[in-house]
Ligand binder design. Sequence first.
Ligand SMILES: NC(=O)c1ccc[n+]([C@@H]2O[C@H](COP(=O)([O-])OP(=O)(O)OC[C@H]3O[C@@H](n4cnc5c(N)ncnc54)[C@H](OP(=O)(O)O)[C@@H]3O)[C@@H](O)[C@H]2O)c1
Length: 299
Amino acid sequence: MILVFGSNGQLGRELVRAAAAGNTALWALTRAETDIADAAAVAAALIRCKPDVVVNAAAYTNVDGAETNYADAQRGNELGPAVLAVACARAGIPMIHVSTDYVFDGSKEGTYRETDAVHPVNAYGRSKAAGEDAVRRALDHHIILRTAWVYSEFGKNFLKTILELAQTRDELRIVADQHGSPTSARELAAAILHIAPHVAADRRLCGTYHFTAEGKTTWYGFACCIVSTAAPITGRSPKMTPITTADYPTPARRPANSRLDCSLFVKTFDFAPRPWRECVQATARTLAMTSQTSEKDVT
Ligand SMILES: NC(=O)c1ccc[n+]([C@@H]2O[C@H](COP(=O)([O-])OP(=O)(O)OC[C@H]3O[C@@H](n4cnc5c(N)ncnc54)[C@H](OP(=O)(O)O)[C@@H]3O)[C@@H](O)[C@H]2O)c1
């Protein structure tokens, strides 16, 4: 049995969907059902569900919001994971904890490896790095899985925002000097469900790993792929203009390089990520078709 905390988020919902499709035993808890920072609630959930492995899909993910609301970021990204890790250690249960490329400062040439020093440049990254440390301290049998640029059919994300903007704007100006790998929550969920039974069965499987889609692009490249995929369905082709980070100031600084080296994950778990473009196209197509169908329903 896999127990997922934070099951109403992008990753949580894809874990639930994939487990149902693959007949995998999975118990999903939303924030309303269990707050990961509530030690009594977490302990009760572990007793009730008796999982073989815990997946922490819960997090405070508002990168700009964390700059002014560090208390909430810390609660979701440091205290919560610490509470989960302590409870798992007491119960002898391994945990797969999801983290982020934003623990790095983005100044490295090439891809980041698991052994590279973390140096977050924003409050969200600091809270996630602190969460990683808390998990490492409290629980030996942990997997910390760093990923990047996550999107899905659910919740709020870059892919959905671009599709919405393309419906109403004739020009989209998108940052072209930040590099990373757009990662489908669906693929991330598949990777987690693939490793979960191995992690549950083998105490030697622990440590930090990177998992993103294969290949790299920029936010501009990501947006162009979304728009060109949706255009034949929606009939909308706004002009795409590359801009720099300096042209688009945000409360939180973003790393210029978010590329993660995933070879350790691939080698250890024999699971290779799919190319980012293929996955983005699949989600963009699904969402564009859904929006066209619902528009027809309205008219
Ligand atoms: N999104 C990205 O681009 C990105 C990039 C790199 C890494 N990651 C990491 O990937 C993981 C999954 O991200 P995601 O995109 O699926 O996030 P998400 O869509 O924002 O979902 C996070 C979920 O966690 C829940 N949550 C927040 N605080 C909680 C608490 N104290 N107790 C229980 N649940 C809580 C939220 O509840 P509500 O629904 O009530 O808000 C939400 O359902 C996170 O660890 C994130 O840091 C994400």
